[in-house]
Design a protein around this ligand. Structure first.
Ligand code: MN
Ligand code: MN
Length: 458
């Protein structure tokens, strides 16, 4: 099936709305390079739109707008509808964690007269892509006295940046002959953070460069070497999201997976007008890139626990009512899709590939091999969705994650499907997914917002 190039359907007002959305999205990306920063920014935007913390609410009624913050890393935003919650919600679910490089608990060392931070990468990365890049450090240090220090180094123009070295080509004969997965060893992802001895170092100082770094950490942030034990510092590409292409049709940025779906999902819920028919929920989850595990991942119970709290506030709670509500939900598991890349055409099957600029993409199933690990969305649900999309004039396409047996991947869809709800994967196609700098087309972002808005109102 030949899909429409979304751009050819646009009038002047669409282009204006699309560019304005792209600008807000870039600002969100620049403010949110970690899951924590995304939650902070989303809460700020939500409060400006009248959402309040669910803990401060005594009663929920149609039109109530609340958010629930899960450990500062995952967020649920609700707009209570006219119908009882037991009849089900319209859910937009995306994730706000992205592949990156985390610091180890004992990271700091000195070697070759340089100071380094040792790391453990997070999520599926091609390790060779992360060397020789300007990198920034974002995160928190939780001290034993209970204070939490926020760290952002490398984003301001006046900040220093950090990074990882690669072997010079002149001595790389053995490296270049090896497998790409072994070009850079996981243990070689060491961040260079210093190169001069501490002032007034005497001969007894065994690690004078490390000592210099420790002095800076103490002076600037009030943290010592032991404080890394209770820190979460993420090393990410330094720099801002930028328009991409001479025609400015695309955006290159860190973290399109999955913020290109999380952000329009957030806007869609923040812009719900008045009181919707069904209760609307935007769910921004963490840890998707490592299997949705942990207290803030989709496998955790915070989602159903919070729905239970909301039903309680609405005077609807019982264990059975909660189960009925969850199984009656409809959900768009909003995650990015593999965009067709002509440079690597052999891994795609063109009839069932997502093209950049042809609109939001629905993936009936993901998984690997014989659809293993996939949520295979119901045909009836997709039939219903087609009408919602067509009525709202949404440009959409359908795809698979590459050719059969070329690889595979998963999202949070199969986890939500465990409740018995109808759920389908749906999102923005991305080029160079999981690379430090990924590419999306602005038209697909715009169609995502249109699709999510129409879905919440359906
Ligand atoms: Mn994703
Ligand atoms: Mn991913």
């Amino acid at each position: 099936m030949e899909h429409t190039k979304a751009w050819t359907t646009y009038k002047a007002k669409d282009i204006k709305a699309l560019e304005s959305l792209a600008q807000r999205y870039r600002a969100f990306l620049d403010a949110g390079k970690t899951e924590r920063e995304c939650v902070t920014e989303a809460v700020r935007l939500a409060e400006a739109k009248g959402f309040v913390n669910i803990d401060s609410v005594k009663k929920a009624k149609p039109g109530t707008r609340v958010y629930a913050n899960c450990m500062g890393k995952a967020l649920l935003l609700f707009v209570v509808g006219k119908k009882p919650i037991i009849e089900g919600m319209n859910i937009l679910g995306a994730h706000i964690d992205s592949p990156r490089i985390d610091l180890k608990q004992n990271p700091l060392y000195e070697d070759g007269d340089m100071a380094y931070l040792d790391t453990h990468y997070y999520g599926g990365i091609k390790k060779y892509q992360w060397v020789t890049l300007p990198l920034a450090m974002h995160g928190v240090v939780a001290k034993s006295d209970g204070t939490v220090v926020n760290i952002t180094i490398g984003e301001d123009e006046s900040d220093p940046i950090v990074g990882i070295s690669d072997l010079l080509i002149h001595l790389a004969r053995e490296q270049m002959g090896g497998k790409a997965s072994n070009f850079i060893d996981g243990e070689a992802l060491n961040i260079i953070i210093g190169g001069k001895p501490v002032t007034n170092a005497d001969d007894k100082e065994k690690e004078p460069v490390k000592a210099g770094i420790l002095k800076i950490l103490e002076e600037k942030y009030g943290i010592g070497e032991k404080d890394f034990i209770s820190a979460e510092i993420e090393v990410v590409p330094a720099g801002k999201a930028r328009d991409f292409g001479l025609d400015r049709s695309m955006i290159m940025a860190y973290g399109h997976d999955d913020r290109s779906c999380a952000y329009p999902s957030l806007e869609a819920i923040l812009n719900v007008k008045g009181v919707p028919e069904r209760t609307c929920l935007c769910l921004l989850s963490d840890k998707e890139e490592i299997g949705s595990v942990g207290a803030t991942g989709m496998h955790a119970r915070y989602f159903e626990n919070t729905v239970a709290e909301l039903m309680n506030l609405a005077g609807e709670y019982s264990e059975l009512n909660l189960r009925r509500a969850l199984s009656s939900c409809r959900m768009l598991s909003s995650d990015v899709s593999a965009g067709f890349d002509p440079n690597f055409a052999s891994v795609f099957e063109k009839k069932n590939a997502a093209f950049l600029g042809r609109g939001i993409c629905f993936n009936k199933y993901t998984g690997a091999g014989g659809k293993s690990g996939s949520n295979d969305a119901n045909a009836e649900f997709i039939g219903w969705l087609r009408k919602v999309m067509d009525d709202a004039g949404v440009n959409f396409q359908t795809s698979e994650l590459g050719k059969v047996d070329a690889g595979g991947g998963g999202t949070i869809a199969y986890i939500c499907a465990l409740y018995g709800m109808n759920v389908i994967d749906c999102g923005v196609p991305v080029l160079s997914m999981h690379a430090p700098w990924e590419i999306i087309n602005k038209a697909d972002l715009y169609e995502a917002l249109k699709a999510y808005t129409a879905f919440l109102a359906s």
